[in-house]
Design a protein around this ligand. Structure first.
Ligand SMILES: Nc1ncnc2c1ncn2[C@@H]1O[C@H](COP(=O)(O)OP(=O)(O)OP(=O)(O)O)[C@@H](O)[C@H]1O
Ligand SMILES: [Mg+2]
Length: 332
């Protein structure tokens, strides 16, 4: 894609290009995602120079129609929203909750206690996104940022088989990045642009978005730094999803807060930071063998609850199990 090359910008020669490349910025979109403060910091450039560069990047993308202008009519925003793709969950229950599926240009946060199915949901969506559009997918690849070492290719194989996709191909289209600490997690996100373009990525999974930050910043004294850094990470994720028109899922654990007497005694660990930067928030809860999903925060979905289950095929409708049992019984 020549139109997003750094040296297609006025005044950007080989020296600046190299400086930017060394700092992990490989195209015009990256300039926009990182912003002038970050660029000045990592390249040692003057802030004004970095700011001018970002302005040029924005102008160039606006001209080529890849980005919307600062002042736009609601009609134009409406049009841009028409570009939003949806990835079906392949279940009636969760598709009803998400009104068809999870959206591109947005971050969907899934939070819930251990074993509630967050990681299983992520794995399922890794397969669903690869399906053709007619079948609810986006015919796209996945960038999976694994911070808890819980990505399992075996699960992808079983889910793909259950959905009639070639397991080998399904695995090939998932790029896994293991994050070893929170700075590494940030770095992976900063460098994601090239990977997204080269692999036609349509879904970014961050499982979990919060875990490493939480482990590294323990105690009250460090809470505000943790929130600041987490805030920065979530914004980067949001900007990336918007700029590249991809969907993003960020998972988040909950901790019990004994001081709550009413309502659910759990709240997401990322607290308000994650809440404010994600577009959709869904709460997963265990209920015996079943799982409950509730849409908590959404600009345009009604708040409602649905029931799903976890099976060999990933997240599924409760009816699927009944159907399967009946089929097994009749075959006996
Ligand atoms: N192959 C499978 N078939 C059916 N159910 C499965 C399968 N694999 C996992 N599960 C279910 O998924 C549950 C684990 O869910 P998952 O790992 O998604 O939880 P999580 O919300 O990510 O938890 P954590 O906060 O610990 O990361 C298991 O308890 C089991 O019920
Ligand atoms: Mg998990």
């Amino acid at each position: 894609m020549d139109e997003v090359r750094l040296d297609s910008l006025d005044g950007v020669g080989p020296v600046t290009t190299k400086k930017l490349n060394d700092a992990g910025i490989h195209n015009i979109m990256d300039l926009l995602v990182r912003g002038p403060v970050d660029i000045a910091e990592i390249t040692g450039m003057e802030f004004d120079t970095a700011a001018k560069l970002v302005t040029k990047a924005r102008e160039s993308l606006t001209e080529s129609g890849q980005l919307q202008k600062e002042f736009v009519s609601a009609t134009e925003i409406y049009k841009r929203r028409q570009d939003i793709g949806k990835i079906s969950t392949n279940t009636n229950a969760l598709d009803m909750l998400f009104d068809g599926g999870i959206e591109t240009q947005a971050v969907t946060e899934v939070y819930g206690e251990f074993g509630s199915g967050k990681t299983q949901f992520c794995h399922t969506m890794c397969v669903n996104v690869q399906k053709p559009k007619e079948e609810g997918g986006l015919d796209g690849g996945v960038l999976y940022i694994d911070t808890e070492n819980t990505f399992r290719p075996e699960r992808i194989v079983s889910i793909a088989k259950a959905k009639g996709l070639d397991p080998a191909k399904a695995l090939d289209r998932i790029i896994v990045a293991k994050a070893y600490n929170s700075s590494h997690q940030e770095l992976i996100m900063q460098e994601a642009g090239t990977v997204i373009e080269e692999n036609k990525i349509k879904l970014i999974v961050v499982d979990s978005a919060v875990g490493l930050f939480r482990a590294e910043y323990l105690g009250r004294g460090t809470l505000s730094i943790r929130q600041q850094r987490l805030n920065k990470f979530m914004h980067l994720l949001t900007r990336t999803a918007e700029t590249y028109n991809v969907a993003a899922i960020a998972t988040n654990q909950v901790m019990s807060s004994p001081d709550t007497f009413f309502g659910d005694p759990t709240r997401p660990i990322g607290g308000n930071v994650v809440a404010h930067s994600s577009t959709y928030r869904v709460y997963f809860k265990k209920s015996g063998k079943k799982r409950i999903a509730r849409m908590v925060d959404s600009p345009h979905h009604p708040e409602q609850e649905v029931i799903f289950i976890l099976t060999e095929a990933g997240v599924s409708d409760p009816e699927e199990e009944t159907k399967k049992k009946k089929k097994d019984e009749s075959e006996e």
